[in-house]
Design a protein around this ligand. Structure first.
Ligand code: UTP
Length: 455
């Protein structure tokens, strides 16, 4: 065994992980090199935090929770009005967009296990009439931002090793959906190894460790390590609008949300929707001993989740939809100080066996920020994530919810028009019900058949 490999073996043995070399004597030269390369990249210093993350599941940290402040909706009647404060500062967001100070981060590195689609989730045909894919929906939203503000924000797509090739090929095959290829960057997140019940690193085969993507929170280190932060800074970007690939109704760069972030001097901002079902499985934005954070629904007892205030509204109402604005200076500070987001453990199938998988969550940036701003947005307008093969968050559920929303919007924009049997609004046309009437101008519409509204 060469000196380098011997050193590697010693490191793993000292950490109680010598078993990863068990098959070494039988491995061919190429397999040895591959395994050695993979092992050399493993940070054994993570073993202790991994074990801590497993232990934290059975004894969660003590909390001193209180509801956190948020800019709540001004009006909960359709078509819903954002908080007065948010609307007032939208021009600050528009200016930032017009100056090219905003980039969009689209996280698409997940495995999409629940949906079970063969391919990256962004390639899923989601719109009800055209079958437009999620990636195209976001590209068209970006082009609309370019039309409205004079600049198309650059797009940074986080992928995983498992879908990087398929994702970049999909954009190339479709001519980047009309975006400038120079303004679209793909970057792969890292992977983390898994542990078995005795705390040993799990192998995927004799010559390979089992690994899995390090969670959406991996975006923080990946942006830095893959040169994306530097790329943003070189372009003069100051704010990153962070969205998930599964939610076709989310604005790519919401001027009111950006404006609030900027005018409030926030380092991290988040969007929430009002939780109406206490059992809904979303993280809750709260203060823990005065520090803003997201607390997982699993940490609330059913009684706690159901608690309501004097107006009969849920006390823990702020359901996070995993949409953020990040200050670039803040992300750079995390990089410069080598700050790592905490690890979270979960059970995951690895072949026949179950293993411990580890992830970082993007919302763990919230307690690290000097200032955090929270904006309530209308659920049916901005939160329709594609997660499952069926049910409300399955393809049919999402398509039906989209159609319900846009049929209501059309009724408002054109009260005299009969309801079409089906409807789709091109993301290039407009974003929400408030904008539809103006976007249609005095166009003649025929609603006797399926109605596709395009620019
Ligand atoms: P989810 O947590 O819903 O995971 O991701 P998922 O991979 O889409 O689906 P399941 O849980 O395997 O069924 C929310 C968003 O975060 C991204 C996903 O691509 C999605 O946009 N994500 C998640 C990453 O980019 N990397 C990850 O490691 C995990």
């Amino acid at each position: 065994m060469e000196a380098d490999t011997e050193h590697l073996r010693q490191r793993f043995e000292q950490a109680g992980q010598g078993h990863v070399f068990a098959a070494w004597p039988e491995l061919a030269e190429r397999a040895r090199r591959r395994l050695a390369r993979q092992l050399a990249a493993v940070d054994l210093g993570l073993l202790a935090p991994m074990r801590d993350a497993i232990a934290a599941l059975s004894s969660p940290p003590p909390r001193k929770l209180a509801p956190a402040p948020a800019f709540a909706l001004a009006d909960e009647k359709f078509p819903y009005l954002l908080s007065d404060a948010a609307r007032a500062v939208a021009p600050a967001g528009e200016r930032a967009l017009a100056r090219g100070e905003v980039a969009v981060i689209l996280v698409a590195g997940g495995q999409g296990t629940r949906l079970g689609f063969d391919g990256p989730k962004g390639c899923f045909p989601i719109l009800p009439l055209s079958g437009m894919t999620l990636f195209e929906v976001f590209a068209r939203k970006l082009r609309r931002a370019g039309r409205d503000y004079g600049r198309i924000p650059p797009l940074y797509v986080m992928v995983g090793n498992h879908n990087e090739q398929a994702t970049t090929a999909f954009f190339e095959q479709h001519g980047f959906f009309g975006l400038n290829p120079d303004d679209v960057r793909f970057f792969a997140q890292s992977e983390l190894p898994g542990l078995d019940d005795s705390g040993k690193l799990v192998m995927a085969g004799p010559d390979a460790l089992w690994t899995a993507p390090d969670g959406h929170g991996g975006v923080v280190s990946a942006l830095h390590q893959k040169g994306m932060l530097a790329d943003m800074r070189a372009r003069g970007v100051r704010y990153a609008s962070y969205i998930q690939v599964d939610n076709p109704q989310i604005p790519v760069a919401d001027p009111a949300f950006l404006g609030l972030h900027i005018s409030e001097g926030a380092e991290v901002s988040l969007k929430v929707v009002r939780k109406t079902d206490p059992a809904e499985k979303v993280g809750i934005f709260c203060l823990d001993d005065g520090v803003p954070c997201i607390v997982e629904y699993t940490e609330f007892t059913p009684e706690d989740s159901r608690r309501s205030d004097e107006n009969g509204r849920l006390v823990w109402w702020q359901g996070s939809i995993a949409v953020h604005v990040f200050g670039i200076e803040f992300l750079q500070r995390l990089a410069d100080t080598g700050t790592q987001l905490p690890l979270h453990a979960a059970r995951k199938k690895a072949g026949e066996a179950e293993v411990w998988k580890f992830e970082r969550f993007v919302f763990d940036t919230i307690p690290l920020a000097a200032r955090v701003v929270c904006l309530e947005v209308p659920r049916e307008e901005q939160f329709l994530p594609l997660k499952n093969p069926d049910g409300p968050f399955g393809p049919e559920g999402v398509r039906q919810a989209l159609q319900r929303y846009w049929k209501k919007a059309l009724r408002l924009a054109r009260p005299a028009l009969p309801e079409p049997p089906a409807i789709e609004v091109d993301p290039l046309l407009c974003e929400n019900a408030r904008e539809l009437a103006a976007a249609l101008e005095d166009r003649k519409l025929d609603a006797t058949g399926p109605l596709r509204l395009e620019p």
